[in-house]
Design a protein around this ligand. Sequence first.
Ligand SMILES: [Zn+2]
Ligand SMILES: [Zn+2]
Length: 731
Amino acid sequence: MRVRARVEGTVQGVGFRPYVYRLASELGCSGHVLNDARGVVVEVEADTKSVERFLARLPAEAPPLARIERVAAESVPVTGETGFAIRASPPGGEPSAAVTADTATCAECLEELFDPADRRHRYPFVNCTNCGPRFTIVRGVPYDRPLTTMAGFTMCPACAAEYENPLDRRFHAQPNACPECGPRARLVGSDAEDAVAAAASALRDGAILAVKGVGGYHLACRADDEAAVAALRARKHREDKPFALMAPTVVAARALVALGPAEEDLLVSGARPIVLARRRPDAPVAAAVAPGAPELGVMLPYSPLHHLLLADVGAPLVLTSGNVSDEPIAYTDDDALERLAPIADGFLVHDRPIQTRTDDSVVRVVDERPLVLRRSRGYVPDSIGLPVTARRHVLACGAELKSTFCVAKGARAWVGHHIGDLQNYETLRSFVAGVAHFEALFAVKPEVVAHDLHPEYLSTKVALERDGVDLVGVQHHHAHLAACLAEHGETGQALGAIYDGTGYGTDGTVWGGELLRGDLCGFERVGSLFAVRMPGGEAAIRQPWRMACAWTQAAGVEAPAALAARPGWDEVSALARTGLASPLTSSVGRLFDAVAALCGLRSEITYEGQAAIELEAACDAAERGAYAFGPALDARPTVAAVVDDIARGTDAGVIAARFHNALAAATARALLEHGPDTVVLSGGVFANRRLLSRTRALLGEAGVRVLVPERLPPGDGGISYGQAAVAAASA
Ligand SMILES: [Zn+2]
Ligand SMILES: [Zn+2]
């Protein structure tokens, strides 16, 4: 008999065709396999028993990076074909085949990289079907070399032989290359034969280098070199935000941070995210790496170039995004050379173009489960399922800070790479180009476009400019709730505590401490944090002392004298009292700001969420006490108790811990009053380990099912997916 099977899912660029070839050969089936725009098509011909065996084993034994979503098989007439062949992809057609995420160098490639006898010894671009760049080099589908940034490199006979041999690990590995024919690394201004060794030597001597990686440029220097790290901080105009580190090995990472099993799994995973973990007191890093932070962000090498560089330096490096302050990370050579010249002493570059700028992903482990804070390189563009089937194609435009977009059709959604703050022309351009790229990669032609209710978000404006589509406005916190529900496959009702900094409410005020009851289709606001003024509006976000002023005034208590003596205090007090230019906010983020300022920890911030991060960091781990919270999430008694403790000279760490404990208890109590079966905890504030862990524990003790985002960020990076879920359910 003869059968034609169509395989859909992530089946291109993952060694699927050679796998099919081997399986068919083993079972004595003749026929062929090919990639087309929708996935893989196999035809096999043999006796019935062999064909049945083939179809049973096909999904069961697929290669590690493959994700099979559907196999549709049909009988076709016998042709008498002999032998089994891997055929070329037909051109054209409707592309929707999945492209995989960039994957860390595999063990076999690493062995070659460090084997002096291998022809790819110290070759910074070694890769195979199981590893290497993917999403960052893809220009279109089907995923074949001409539609990647490797198109300009012609394979030498040795590489071509590997590429064409179905039994070779590099069979149809699109980025396949070697020192003869592939990309080359270069240390700009140096004629060193081994550019990576020369770069390592400069780094060891204290240089700051711009290093072209997989998804963009990094800025690198020795992590233990106080002068180099301080210089990097000054030149990058980055005042306080911690720098990420790359450690040569897991062993070296263990010397920097305390790693549990979940953290180690993430560190060595193919996605290789930055893992935030508690820093060791004796971690061999300069003070300027992460001033005052109890955690460090650590990752392991994920490209051969990184492996060589780290092995040559022999010590952890600072590896921070290649940009100035809040600009997007540089990824094209001309842009990097121009923008990073004032920062870097040298440039380690290569001639493989990066198609899509893709930042490093960031993950934290809470209660032994991953909490993704930034989902980008290594995870994007893996699809995430939707619990409902979208009848029409969807584009969701996300929020504004930590922005992402999402396209969806059927029961699948693809969330784009982290774009960042949509506030300058460059990020807006990335956003628009990214949307067009995803629409082409996944053959999505949006008929429904979802957006935030905030009229001033650029993402909203992009949505409103699209012609001939149906628009779906999704309230910010409802999108957070829906994202968490959808990620967990939940279509029913849940009660959510959604805490973040800012979200446009349906009443035009600034929401951010919301109890919502709802599902994918709609929601009802059943409670919220007691609202206070944001004196001077947006200025209060950058200056937490303004929120201390508003909250002490609301609570009817005197602010600590040191704070009240600040220049501008009286004016800001008047704003809070009269409400002039001072919108009401129920934001939990702003409450954190107020408490951090009251404790004297942070009165002005230099990056988003800084005061809350520092308040969490300050917590005295042993403190079990908690302040009172008024009924219905009224934090006025809590703020009064904080001020009392400050007057008594209580340590800021104790106050911070009592505040966290109070908020967790009040949140659990407020949720439980409504007798929910399922609770969602989301919003950027729940990136706070202490708050999340305690609230979850209290709800768990009460027997409630608690859902927390895992694959998508609790913050605004998850908004686009939530909007898509709402649009799929309601449009
Ligand atoms: Zn490999
Ligand atoms: Zn070659």
